[in-house]
Design a protein around this ligand. Structure first.
Ligand SMILES: [Zn+2]
Length: 266
């Protein structure tokens, strides 16, 4: 990334009335990085893909992520948070690692439509009610991690209502409970209505074509209609912008995590 692109982005954010941020697939935490943790690797081997113990993995991910946190993702989110601090912003994120909730960003200005590790739900969403993480299960996994319990002591948490599996509220469950994000989504659409005819700076980071209808396409439409808007799109391969956007957009070919890490204190 060149100095002048960075300066341009900072100027655009400074001069904007509102800042809209979209975080995509390329920012998703790489769970493979957890294999640096020796105990995690051991456990993966011990579980060995056995169906009855698979549930332990996301608990471990949540737990270890809480401890690690000193990695490039942390730096990236910290820099993002600093860059938009004090602005009227909203963040839409496709990531399911919850990093965005631990970066000093206002929680009521974040929506994560793919879910994450904050809440649990019945695998078949029988009652449309979300559950908090059962403390007993979390503690048991922690004790297993610390070798105070064995794998055979691990019992999968179940839905109190129907007895099906309790799973983290994120895409991939049998029947995803959209109740987990819909209120935030409504806040987001209300906020968007307030961007009409305002100086809006859009920062789209690492959003590819996995769920283009959530961020990528709507953002393009917003920029197309709002003549006072500007979009900065960062992606390692899909950074291009349509010609109709003209000089109101900048496509930057870069990995969004590295991009954010380079923003250090600008
Ligand atoms: Zn149920």
């Amino acid at each position: 990334m060149e100095e002048r692109e960075l300066k341009e982005l900072n100027d655009k954010i400074r001069d904007a009335d509102l800042v809209l941020v979209g975080l995509g697939e390329e920012l998703q935490y790489d769970w493979n990085a957890l294999t640096q943790d020796q105990r995690y690797q051991e456990i993966e081997e011990e579980i060995g893909g056995r169906e009855e113990y698979i549930w332990i993995v996301p608990f471990l991910q949540k737990m270890i992520l809480k401890q690690l946190r000193q990695d490039k993702w942390r730096t990236a989110y910290k820099n993002l948070s600093n860059m938009i601090a004090g602005k009227n912003y909203f963040i839409v994120s496709l990531c399911m690692d919850d990093y965005v909730y631990d970066a000093g960003i206002l929680e009521n200005r974040i929506v994560t439509p793919c879910g994450g590790l904050r809440l649990m739900q019945c695998n078949r969403n029988c009652s449309h009610v979300l559950n908090s993480i059962p403390q007993g299960s979390y503690d048991a996994v922690l004790r297993y991690y610390n070798k105070e319990l064995g794998l055979k002591d691990m019992q999968e948490p179940v839905c109190e209502n129907c007895g099906d599996k309790l799973r983290f509220n994120q895409l991939g469950v049998n029947k995803y409970a959209e109740e987990g994000y819909l209120d935030c989504w409504n806040e987001y659409t209300k906020w968007l209505q307030g961007t009409v005819n305002k100086r809006l700076c859009i920062l789209e980071l690492g959003v590819g074509m996995e769920y283009p209808a959530i961020i990528r396409f709507p953002f393009e439409k917003i920029v197309f209609y709002n003549q006072k808007s500007f979009i900065c799109r960062v992606h390692s391969t899909l950074y291009q912008l349509g010609e109709e956007i003209g000089d109101r957009g900048r496509g930057i070919k870069d990995n969004p995590v590295d991009f954010l890490c380079r923003l250090e204190c600008t």
